[in-house]
Ligand binder design. Structure first.
Ligand code: FHN
Length: 471
């Protein structure tokens, strides 16, 4: 047995033991690199997940009293200045009779997505599960009276390939101890000056909200539905502090030792738009949003969350859809920088996905069915200035060359890898590709016709197990 597998077994044993006994904050802080690598393992392998923004806001779908409300669909209560008492009436209309958890999981699996992150509770405070600490939930406030998260948990368990994860908003426009005391709908700006100008007053009971509402809800979500990730958001409210973030992080991990938590459990987004993890901030991965960091986030785990159109929650009139080509190339670009891609779906009020989303998920799935091995479990490219028509992802001993624009005659040129290329072939169909070193480059003579119009992958088997050398 070699050393690395022995370490893995030791690490696994320790994590399993840690899993058995509740973790103390000190245990969390003492996590070794091996233990962390083990805990993050499935998430790094997954590389591609489905974000789902679904809740009462799907019903108005961007319109209120017959008028279009600007901005993202799930913010309609705030952007439309809808009084809480009017907005909460939507619960009486929430009856997504076409909701089918197994169908949703099947679509994620079909697209090649290995995890689902669904809004258990967004900023509006409405809960998609049967919460013992709230009546503002799908079981008590709606005619639907089905525990959506429970059904998704069961569907993911039955499927066995897609992990269920939860988004949870710290900001809450409905709970009296959390909502703005200036005006329940007022979203405390992330900018302190703007807050001061608006005369924003902190809610003096926010600490009670965290202790008596947030933590009990997190305990319900973690102990009932076994999520892989807790994806926090709405952390920018001024009453929520980094210290609270560390406490909530440790609390969640004490309930489930191998849980993964994003960096918005703390306040690191404020430093670099959530793009990096500072040592003093809580959380396990960075969360760049609607962007792909130009050079990735070297040295930290990170995940780009992005929409397919311009809204997270469903909006009837947002037809500004990204092409399947763009979505696949985003996935490849992110993986080539060592990140995960969390691609969003905003289901309709009846529980089905908008047709343009269904089409795009199928198109991505078609590409992933052939080329998934060049994404799952890969690491970042060793190159810093590759031609923009190409990307590289890597595994030990293997380089995946992604060619977006197929060159004339199939003559592909790659900077020198400083490693012998033992074999080269097309990932689609495995046709051999001639590889030779010349003029400080690798010359690949591939078929004249591109194997795939979106991204054709050439596999290079290289000498040695280490990462290919950078330029
Ligand atoms: O305000 C939310 C927004 O509605 C959406 O949930 C995004 C997704 O990451 N997060 C916040 C904006 O950063």
């Amino acid at each position: 047995m070699n050393r690395s597998s022995l370490c893995e077994i030791i690490g696994l044993t320790v994590v399993l033991l840690m899993g058995a006994a509740p973790l103390r904050a000190a245990d969390v802080a003492q996590e070794t690199k091996e233990q962390r690598d083990l805990r993050m393992g499935w998430w790094r392998e997954a590389r591609f997940g489905m974000f789902i923004h679904w809740g009462l806001y799907a019903i108005p779908g961007g319109e209120w009293n017959g008028k279009q409300v600007p901005g993202i669909g799930e913010w309609i209560m705030n952007n439309g200045h809808v009084p809480v008492r009017d907005y909460e009436q939507l619960a009486k209309q929430f009856n997504p009779t076409k909701f089918n958890a197994a169908e949703w999981v099947k679509m994620a699996r079909g697209a090649g997505q290995k995890y689902i992150v669904i809004t258990s509770k967004h900023h509006d405070g409405f809960c998609l599960w049967d919460s013992a600490v709230s009546d503002y939930d799908v079981m008590d406030a709606t005619p639907f009276k089905r525990d959506i998260l429970k059904e998704l948990h069961e569907a993911c368990k039955a499927d066995g390939t897609v992990r269920l994860c939860f988004y949870y908003s710290i900001m809450d426009w409905h709970h009296p101890d959390a909502q703005s005391i200036n005006d329940p709908n007022y979203n405390p700006s992330r900018d302190a000056k703007a807050r001061a100008k608006a005369g924003y007053k902190d809610n003096p009971n926010f600490g009670r909200y965290v202790e008596n509402y947030v933590k009990p809800q997190l305990k319900e979500l973690i102990t009932r539905y076994d999520p892989g990730v807790l994806w926090f958001d709405g952390e920018w409210v001024p009453e929520y502090t980094e210290a609270m973030g560390h406490d909530v992080y440790n609390y969640c991990r004490s309930l489930k030792a191998d849980l993964i938590v994003n960096n918005r459990v703390g306040k690191s987004r404020n430093s670099m738009q959530g793009m990096s993890l500072s040592k003093e901030s809580a959380g396990d991965f960075g969360t760049p949003e609607q962007q792909i960091p130009a050079t990735g986030l070297p040295g930290v785990d990170w995940e780009s969350c992005m929409t397919m159109n311009d809204t997270w929650g469903f909006k009837k009139n947002d037809q500004h859809w990204k092409s399947t080509e763009t979505l696949v190339r985003n996935l490849v670009d992110i993986a080539s920088k060592g990140g995960n891609y969390l691609l969003n779906v905003g289901p309709k009020p009846d529980g089905t996905f908008p047709e343009p989303i269904v089409e795009r998920l199928a198109g991505i799935g078609k590409w992933m069915a052939v080329n998934g091995e060049s994404i799952y479990g890969t690491g970042a490219s060793p190159f810093t200035n590759l031609d923009q028509s190409m990307r590289v992802t890597t595994k030990p001993g293997t380089v995946y060359l992604h060619v977006f624009e197929w060159p004339k005659g199939g003559k592909v040129r790659l900077p020198d890898l400083h490693r012998e290329v033992k074999e080269a072939y097309l990932l689609a169909g495995h046709a051999a590709v001639k590889a030779a070193k010349a003029d400080g480059e690798i010359h690949l003579d591939a078929p004249a016709a591109a194997p795939d119009p979106i991204d054709s992958v050439i596999v290079l088997k290289v000498e040695g197990e280490g990462k290919a050398a950078s330029q």
